[in-house]
Design a protein. Structure first.
Length: 331
């Protein structure tokens, strides 16, 4: 692997020194828990490769990128495998390889593990692996054609937040899995379905990001049916984990041309000091990045445009080190 790897994600915050492990307050409201069946360390399908393809490349598109907590390394996915790369560039080192499709890596708070999504069990699930490529563990155990998106760690490294898409409802709920095989799973933000099952009342939650002090969880939220051909109006919400109280910190602004000017907000990334938030937004047919001061609520453009997008909040978002460093891919 050559040294130049364009990064097609938005931003990443990482602390030069991650705060010590902290216990998260229990979120007691609207939480449905279930015990995940115990699985082996690597419950993979017994498939054998019939041929191999070798290639060299110095670029990739639509990759998910994570920055290590110490700001010294990147993790990214490319063609279904995970790699790490020194921040200053160099040779990319594979973390996972093989038939499985692995994607969306996320560093643990101590920088020793990666949470990611993989279909190596026969269905897409949440997995964890050491950065060195060892100690592969299956965290979730769905087997009903699940679709997960945007895994991220809790501040203390004990849990993993991830959103799950439900095709019958066309909506996402947010889950919290204990970061160990056989642990429990809790629905943190369920889809708001009523007896009448009105699509206009359904809520979707994706792109969670925990504050480093373990107090808050930020995520993109959408209420109502997600319609094809229209830009969804996502907002950024902040949930206090101790009380479960939600607050909207970024609103979706309406424009005269909803197909071009709907400033939908997605994929929040909170700074290590918890005072600043970077998020993506869709405006005038392109994606840009905005910087929000959480204390003064001053909101300004950070970069525009930055990349193509599909008007959906799946793209990765991360920020580096003390204030903000922008990782971009120019196509």
């Amino acid at each position: 692997m050559a040294s130049r790897i364009p990064l097609t994600v938005l931003l990443a915050w990482s602390a030069a020194a991650w705060p010590g492990a902290q216990s998260l307050p229990a979120a007691e409201h609207r939480a449905a828990s279930l015990a995940a069946p115990a699985r082996g360390v690597a419950a993979e399908l017994p498939l054998q490769a019939t041929r191999r393809v070798r290639f060299d490349t110095d670029e990739g598109t639509w990759m998910s990128v994570a920055v290590s907590p110490d700001g010294r390394a990147l993790a990214f996915d490319l063609l279904g495998d995970l790699y790490t790369l020194p921040m200053e560039g160099g040779a990319a080192r594979p973390v996972t390889t093989g038939l499985a499709y692995d994607s969306q890596p996320a560093f643990s708070p101590d920088g020793t593990r990666l949470a990611f999504l993989s279909d190596r069990s026969g269905a897409e699930n949440v997995w964890v692996v050491r950065v060195a490529g060892t100690h592969l563990e299956q965290i979730s155990s769905r087997d009903d054609n699940p679709v997960f998106v945007s895994p991220t760690w809790s501040a203390d490294g004990a849990s993993i937040y991830v959103s799950e898409y439900h095709s019958d409802l066309n909506a996402f709920d947010l889950w919290k899995f204990e970061a160990r095989p056989g642990g429990t799973a809790t629905a943190v933000v369920p889809i708001n379905t009523t007896a009448a099952d009105n699509p206009d009342n359904r809520t979707s939650t994706v792109g969670a990001a925990a504050s480093k002090d373990g107090r808050f969880l930020y995520y993109a939220s959408h209420t109502g049916a997600i319609k094809l051909g229209a830009t969804p109006e996502w907002t950024i919400k902040r949930r206090e984990l101790a009380s479960g109280e939600e607050e909207t910190v970024v609103f979706a602004n309406h424009g005269p041309r909803p197909d071009l000017n709907s400033a939908t907000a997605f994929r929040p990334a909170v700074a290590p000091d918890g005072k600043t938030l970077v998020y993506g937004t869709h405006y005038d047919g392109a994606t840009g990045l905005r910087l929000l001061n959480l204390e003064t609520r001053e909101d300004r453009w950070l970069a525009f445009p930055v990349q193509q997008d599909s008007s959906r909040p799946r793209a990765g978002a991360t920020c580096c080190r003390a204030t903000a460093s922008l990782l971009t891919a120019r196509r």
